[in-house]
Design a protein around this ligand. Sequence first.
Ligand code: 5GP
Ligand code: ZN
Length: 111
Amino acid sequence: MVDCVICRIVAGGIPARLVHQDDRAIAFHDINPQAPFHVLVVPRVHIPRLADLDDEALGGHLLGVVRKVAADAGYEENFRIVVNNGDLAGQAVGHLHLHVLAGRRFTWPPG
Ligand code: 5GP
Ligand code: ZN
């Protein structure tokens, strides 16, 4: 059993501001938001990073949840998804999560 902050949130052991939950995924507000709207979409099962995801249906489902949480908050026209995969890419939490950011202008290239 891995000691994982996102598994703990999924299990209800750590409180989070949930915006979506279903049988395969949940979504909740990031504790350190980088935009007015910053939600993490995560699979319920422990998958360390995107490179470990081998379930195409689950990947598609996560993208659908991204669209839903953005639309539910009124941001269906302008939002950004970020998935950090690996240390060099900035991944700090080892459970796959899709950042959904909205509510301000974003620049490119990312830092
Ligand atoms: P990463 O850098 O791994 O792509 O992103 C991890 C994200 O998880 C960060 O944005 C961080 O603020 C968020 N985070 C870390 N611990 C917690 C927590 O206990 N609760 C919530 N809601 N977010 C967390
Ligand atoms: Zn986990």
